[in-house]
Structures are given as C-alpha cells and as structure tokens.
Design a protein around this ligand. Structure first.
Ligand code: HH2
Length: 275
C-alpha cells in the first residue's frame, strides 16, 4: 500500500502532493513501482495536526481518487463517514480507517475495511502512550479482533487489522508490537502494518550522540521493518517508499530465479521499475 497524503501538514510528505495533478502523478508512480493499493488521505493524523472540515477533506481527495481508480486499487484514509462514502462513490474500494469505527460504511458499500488500533483521539494520544496495562500486544489483539468480528457480523467481506504503530504508543510499545506481530497474524485476520518513516525509527537510524534521523532519513529503517513485518506474516505494508520496499520484501522473502537468458534480476523489474 503506497501512501499518498493530499495534505499540507502530514509528518513526512506534508505539502508535497497538495496539488491535484502532482498527487495523481505520484499515485501513478507508486502503482508503477509496485503498490497494489494507493492510500489517499486528506487529513493528517499526526499528534497536534489541525482538524480538517469535511468539505475541505472531500475537495482534497475526491479528484485524486477518481483519477487513480481506473488504474490502481485505491483506499481512502479517513475517519469521517461522509468522506468515506464520497470516496467510495469516486472509486475507492477500501476504507482505511484509523479510528476502526467506519465498518458500517464498508458493509453498506460492499468495500474492504482496514481497522487500525487507535487508543485515543490523535489530538491527545501523545498523553495516552503510557496507559497500557503492561501488555500492549494483548490489548491491541483483543481490541482489533473484537472490531473485526463485529464488522464481519455486520457483513463486511474484506477486513484487515493493523496495530497502529506510533498511535498512542511509545517506541518500546511499537517495537513490542513488531516483535510479536506473529500474535496478530495468528488471529487469522489479514494483518496490515505501517511503520514508514515514523518517529520511533528516528533514534534507531542515527549514530549515538547524533540527533534522531529526520523522516526522509528513515527510509532504510522503514524498509527493514516492512520486510520484517512481511516475513512475520503481515499481508500488507503501508509505505511512502514503494520501490525500495518492494525490492527488499521480495528479496527477503526469497531471491527470484535468474531469468533464462542469464544475469541478475531484481524484484520490481516485473513492474517496469529499474533500481
Ligand atoms: N499511519 C498513518 C496514517 N494512516 N493507516 C493505517 N492503516 N496504518 C498506519 O500505520 C497509518 C495509517 C500515519 O502516517 P502518514 O499518513 O504518513 O502521516 P499523517 O497522518 O501525518 O498524514
């Protein structure tokens, strides 16, 4: 899943794709690089981000979704019912729902639904981080399985669960969730994971005594954690850097056979993308 934030203030790519033509071109590039889904969002969920009015969020995402949908599967990253409904009408076939509350929209529209673990509203979630009762993994698994079962009973046919890395979680919580991802996978629900460029990777991507790496310098750590997640059984990774993630994930999962004519081939070539 490639990330396409049509926002001025996303923590990593804020402002880059606010212009619709640039956003559409970037979405097509993500697809060419190997993204099976392009995730279009019009509201940042980073702590302290300004809330976005429904009309403005629709204005940001709908033309982009409509332009991309004939070419690649599109998900809409929103917490608003009206935006999700309009996005589906424009061609989105997955509701990527960080609030894990929009399953009625997915059920009535007959589209997929990603339920992410979000313990508190993003505006206040930084203060929430310490409040797990010792076992963040059990809390997250219990919460997501309950939501997924509720959605299944309401008629949603395609359900993904996502631990919500970085949402109301300390770096230790994030690392515990990654280390024990097999427990999410063992629930049987397909698991989606988003570590891409997130803050907890900053100190893990710099030398001792240096400042934590900035979002753009967290690519290697993002790719490594995406590959780890896939090897643990995650079925989808949500990433900003699609090409290196595709190459890394494919190679980590087992290097492809060399082509009959000889010479090495890197994963990604099937999509016409050269390293
Ligand atoms: N993370 C972000 C947004 N949406 N959706 C899912 N399913 N899983 C995630 O981990 C996830 C998500 C935050 O990243 P980003 O979109 O890059 O930033 P922002 O919220 O600032 O736009």
């Amino acid at each position: 899943m490639g990330v396409l934030n049509v926002t001025p203030d996303s923590f990593s790519d804020g402002g880059r794709w606010l212009d619709h033509d640039r956003a559409i071109a970037h979405g097509l590039r993500l697809a060419a690089e190997g993204a099976d889904v392009v995730d279009v969002g019009g509201e940042s969920t980073r702590p302290g981000a300004a809330p976005v009015a429904e009309d403005e969020e629709r204005r940001r995402v709908l033309p982009v979704i409509a332009a991309l949908a004939p070419h690649v599967r599109v998900s809409v990253d929103t917490r608003k019912v009206a935006v999700a409904e309009a996005a589906v009408a424009a061609g989105a076939t997955i509701v990527n729902d960080v609030s894990a509350t929009l399953w009625p929209v997915a059920a009535s529209a007959g589209v997929g639904w990603v339920a992410m673990h979000l313990p508190a509203d993003p505006a206040v979630m930084a203060d929430y981080a310490a409040r797990y009762r010792g076992d963040v993994v059990t809390d997250v698994v219990t919460h997501l399985v309950a939501r997924a079962e509720g959605a299944r009973d309401a008629g949603v046919g395609e359900i993904w669960i996502d631990p919500g890395i970085g949402f109301g979680k300390t770096a230790t919580h994030n690392l515990l969730l990654l280390r024990h991802l097999d427990r999410l996978v063992a629930t049987g629900w397909p698991v989606a994971v988003g570590t891409s460029r997130k803050r907890f990777l900053g100190p893990l991507s710099s030398l001792p005594g240096q400042e934590p790496a900035a979002p753009a310098d967290r690519v290697e750590a993002s790719v490594a954690t995406a590959a780890w997640a896939v090897l643990q059984g995650a079925a989808m990774v949500r990433v900003h850097d699609v090409a290196p993630t595709v190459w890394a994930v494919r190679l980590a999962a087992g290097a492809p056979e060399p082509p009959a004519g000889g010479g090495a081939v890197l994963a990604g070539a099937a999509h016409g993308v050269r390293p």
